[in-house]
Design a protein around this ligand. Structure first.
Ligand code: SAH
Ligand code: SF4
Ligand code: F3S
Length: 442
């Protein structure tokens, strides 16, 4: 018999996608049935993000939509989880009585039971600072979202305290998962047919720094090599790296294990030394450029992407131009750009020299226009080449099209039937846009 119907909505980064997948698996194992219709569900689970104000506003407006149905039927009950829940969940539950479970990212293990109990009434809060224990969810995700690809979080939290960022406050201190647990999970996933794994952390290259004694010699490169050695794993990716300690041993592992994909997201955040210093990024523009040079020498085919914030407090026109020139010179495959959003409680939000909205938007548009030209040029250089592609999903638009990824994580659209999903195929690239490639199966 079904325990009830649940629906899950995931916002934010891939770490949330991983948490969402695990919750989905845990709920299904407990006898719940999943639906995509929130209004037809008994429980709706929100896995939320706090990185920018917009991410939070979206969830607030979604939550508001339950009012009429709640007033009529006392349904559905909502579980508010993730970073935003940790930051403001208690207040939100005070405003929206249908929010019955609130849990931060480090309390996921308590969630399935609390959802079940909330069906009989009561409100359940599991937040950092509460007396209750922290509990991770010990449950490998069922590869349901995509049967060919999966995420594994290898380290929680972050200790970097970049001056604009909310993550250390909501995800807590940096804590690496013991390698045994990560490896067991990776093995289980590969045995179930997963072909590609992405290792996740806010700062993966610090993995293991927090292990004591001899265990401290086991670092990110060691984990990469051990996961890559799992028989049947075709592709191994990781994100995100911090430029500060992208060490040679990681590049050595990438060079010597053919299934580690040559794709690196190396967030730069700003091009000016003044802004980098005020962001507390702990590297200079030149150090960043040297890291890129080292990576490109070791892995000439690397797909290098970055994150960039425009309109950080006090960012002058000259500072901004340094971000523009860095993007122009480095020629990233992709730039995840964002306008600075003040986060309450972070040092940068307290500054009085905030940049006006209109200026932030203009700078963002300028970066996006520049990067779209560069991405288009880079993608165009691929036309005529033959590339190996993992066909992993239906294309979002266009009938009879499948979507695949190259080793460097570029999206390729090809005409192919649905049975081809989950296969590696050689594809001849026939066209390019700023966002993706088009190709023909060989
Ligand atoms: N740990 C990674 C990124 C984590 S958050 C790193 O060190 O870069 C993902 C991205 O969100 C960041 O790279 C940054 O570009 C963006 N971001 C974080 N805080 C932000 C804020 N307050 N306003 C705008 N963008 C922000
Ligand atoms: Fe945020 Fe900086 Fe940590 Fe990345 S490294 S999560 S930007 S504090
Ligand atoms: Fe957002 Fe939390 Fe990820 S703030 S970006 S969901 S770590």
């Amino acid at each position: 018999m079904s325990e009830g119907i649940f629906c899950i909505r995931v916002y934010g980064c891939q770490m949330n996608a991983y948490d969402g997948d695990r919750l989905r698996s845990a709920m299904t194992e407990l006898g719940w049935e999943e639906s995509s219709d929130a209004f037809a569900s008994d429980a709706v689970i929100f896995v939320t993000c706090s990185i920018r104000d917009k991410a939070e506003q979206k969830v607030i407006s979604e939550l508001g939509r339950f009012r009429p149905m709640w007033e009529k039927d006392k349904k559905p009950k909502v579980a508010l989880l993730g970073c935003m829940a940790q930051r403001t969940g208690a207040d939100i539950a005070g405003k929206f009585p249908w929010v019955r479970v609130v849990a931060g990212p480090r309390h996921l293990g308590l969630v399935p039971r609390s959802i079940a109990e909330s069906m009989n009434g009561g409100v359940f809060m599991h937040l950092d600072g509460d007396a209750g224990e922290k509990m991770d969810l010990e449950c490998a995700p069922v590869p349901k979202v995509n049967p060919h690809k999966a995420f594994i979080t290898i380290a929680h939290g972050c200790d970097q305290f970049c001056s604009y960022c909310i993550v250390p406050y909501v995800r807590g201190r940096f804590a690496s998962r013991p390698p045994e647990g990560v490896l067991a999970e990776a093995n289980r996933l590969v045995n179930r047919g997963i072909l590609e794994i992405t290792l996740l952390g806010q700062n993966v290259n610090s993995y293991g720094k927090d292990f004591d004694g001899d265990a401290g010699n086991y670092r990110f490169a060691s984990l990469l090599r051990d996961v890559a050695a799992i028989k049947g794993l075709r592709r191994l990716r990781f994100t995100t790296s911090h430029p500060l300690d992208f060490s040679d041993d990681i590049l050595d592992a990438m060079k010597s294990c053919p299934n580690i994909c040559p794709g690196i997201n190396l967030p730069v955040q700003a091009g000016s030394d003044k802004v980098l210093r005020e962001m507390n990024r702990k590297y200079t523009r030149d150090q960043y450029i040297d890291a890129v040079k080292k990576i490109r020498e070791a892995l000439p085919e690397v797909g290098l992407t970055t994150d960039l914030i425009v309109g950080f407090p006090g960012e002058s026109e000259e500072d901004f131009e340094e971000s523009v020139s860095l993007i122009e010179e480095t020629r990233f495959a992709l730039v995840h750009s964002a306008a600075y959003s003040p986060r309450l409680g972070t040092p940068a939000a307290k500054r009085e020299d905030q940049i006006p909205d209109a200026v932030r938007s203009m700078r963002l548009a300028r970066i996006n226009e520049l990067q779209s030209r560069i991405s288009h040029e880079i993608n165009h250089e691929h036309v005529g080449r033959v590339m190996e592609v993992l066909l992993d999903d239906a294309a979002p638009k266009g009938k009879g099209l499948l979507q695949g990824r190259t080793v460097t994580d570029k999206v390729v659209l090809v005409k192919a039937s649905a049975e081809m999903t989950g296969r590696f195929r050689s594809v001849k690239i026939t066209g390019a846009s700023p966002w993706c490639l088009e190709g023909r199966l060989l």
